[in-house]
Design a protein around this ligand. Structure first.
Ligand SMILES: Cc1cc2nc3c(=O)[nH]c(=O)nc-3n(C[C@H](O)[C@H](O)[C@H](O)COP(=O)(O)OP(=O)(O)OC[C@H]3O[C@@H](n4cnc5c(N)ncnc54)[C@H](O)[C@@H]3O)c2cc1C
Length: 424
């Protein structure tokens, strides 16, 4: 999720050219599959945020697309299955992620507008920093150059504006008033709904790890059903290492994240939008972030940085007493009136972290028609629309591949255990 980290300073500069995807459909030679006319142009394995948006963008380019998932779109164990995800363009002056987040926001808003009940809540996003840093100024300037509304605030201004928050130790705040919270699970489910309503196909299929040796003609379900297509995308989130133990392997490591929701006092609106924005506290050692009380689910707060390695299939999804105590300690410092409020709900999810937080979007090295997309590293959700558009363009032979997304640009994580890495 959030920003500012030393390990991110190596981000390559420069923006990806991602022209509109050329049609995949036109030259495709139909193979024996289930698509009308005898074959799919593309099968997307994984209906999380990355797979769903890739399916959507490919379909928008005219391709006939089958989207499959072993469970369901944004199901409880998937990384996209949470309640809310922050959308923000504060990206440490990184031009590509800043632009992708901004361009994606327009598509998230369009999705939200198609459905009753908002999928995007414009709560604003507030970053608070313990000290000034030239990169903050560069990031603000970059965002202004893209037309993104943004304000910087001193500690005194922050305290006047949000007296329910304690800004001790904070030197500067950056407020992005038009950013906010996506209703994550619902957004993916609505997107898949729209994809199907516009002629796409969705099926529940658990795909067996493919034996990739040269061009792939079909994938098989675990029950042995064969699904043929011209091209394949595997957007399997934290399961990618299981599907591609050699090619992906430890380039993606799922780490455990605990998320807590607290009930504000009845009638106390200070911790709900619009009185309270979503926030990222760069001053705390482990980088806390949170959301105001949205749709009466409670005030959400979590730690961003560290976590033990987990298996998404077998992880114990009960939160720990230690995790709860840590978060209450944080609330006592920053939101004292919430520190003793009852816990409404808690969840255990996983980040699917890469070594440097960059996404992985690349062609399988042994198959020209197989693509891998993942490694959201705790910040990928917001980029779904841009990622889908970028990948659709690459698959159609257009667009420029960004070095940072290549498999070869990611080192496998060394060893197991606690991983401390800022997922920007
Ligand atoms: C607690 C938490 C907070 C986060 N906060 C933010 C945030 O504020 N902002 C932000 O932008 N991002 C955030 N993220 C990151 C973001 O949510 C993830 O990076 C993103 O959801 C990953 O999506 P995905 O599609 O790659 O994976 P997933 O959502 O996990 O989807 C992968 C899908 O593949 C399917 N699959 C796997 N194997 C198979 C198979 N063999 N056959 C068929 N289907 C298969 C799975 O069932 C699953 O549905 C957060 C993540 C977490 C966990």
């Amino acid at each position: 999720m959030p920003a500012l980290d030393v390990s991110r300073r190596g981000f390559l500069a420069g923006a990806a050219a991602a022209p509109a995807a050329a049609s995949l459909a036109a030259p495709a030679q139909r193979r024996g599959g289930e698509g009308e006319g005898g074959g799919w142009d593309a099968i997307i394995v994984g209906a999380g945020v990355f797979g769903a948006w890739t399916a959507w963008q490919l379909q928008a380019s005219g391709a006939r697309v089958l989207l499959v998932d072993a469970w369901a779109p944004a199901h409880a164990q998937s990384s996209s299955g949470g309640e809310t995800r922050l959308i923000r363009t504060e990206y440490r002056a990184d031009p590509l992620y800043t632009r992708w987040a901004w361009e994606s926001l327009a598509e998230w808003k369009a999705l939200s507008a198609r459905h009753e009940g908002s999928l995007f809540h414009e709560t604003g996003a507030l970053y608070i920093y313990p000290r000034g840093d030239p990169v903050i100024g560069r990031s603000v300037a970059l965002q202004r150059s893209l037309g993104i509304p943004i304000d910087t605030l001193s500690q005194a201004q922050l305290s006047r504006r949000w007296p329910q928050m304690n800004f001790d130790g904070i030197a500067v705040g950056v407020l992005q008033p038009t950013m906010g919270a996506l209703m994550a699970r619902r957004s993916v489910q609505m997107l898949v709904h729209d994809f199907v309503a516009r002629g796409g196909s969705y099926r529940e299929v658990a795909v067996a790890p493919p034996a990739v040796r040269g061009r792939l003609d079909a994938v098989s379900s675990r029950q042995g059903e064969r699904l043929a297509a011209d091209r394949f995308v595997f957007a399997c989130g934290p399961w990618l290492p299981k599907l591609f133990p050699t090619v992906v392997g430890a380039r993606i490591v799922p780490i455990r994240k605990e998320v807590f929701f607290f009930v504000p006092e009845r009638g106390d609106e200070r911790f709900a939008a619009p009185q309270m924005p979503a926030f990222v506290d760069v001053s705390s050692n482990d980088l806390h972030y949170g959301f105001p009380d949205i749709e009466a689910r409670g005030f959400k707060v979590a730690l961003d940085l560290s976590g033990p390695v987990i298996d998404p299939d077998t992880a114990d999804r009960r939160v720990t007493d230690q995790g709860l105590a840590d978060v209450r300690g944080y609330l006592r410092r920053r939101f004292p009136d919430l520190a003793d409020r009852p816990l409404a709900e808690a969840r255990v999810c996983q980040y699917e972290n890469t070594d440097n937080g960059n996404l992985i979007i690349d062609r399988h090295p042994d198959a020209p028609n197989v693509w891998i997309a993942g490694g959201g590293s705790g910040h990928g959700f917001k980029h779904g629309p841009s990622l889908g558009r970028y990948l659709a363009a690459l698959m159609a032979g257009g667009g420029k591949a960004e070095d940072r997304f290549l498999l070869a640009s990611h080192r496998p994580h060394a060893g197991e255990g606690e991983i401390r890495q800022r997922a920007d």
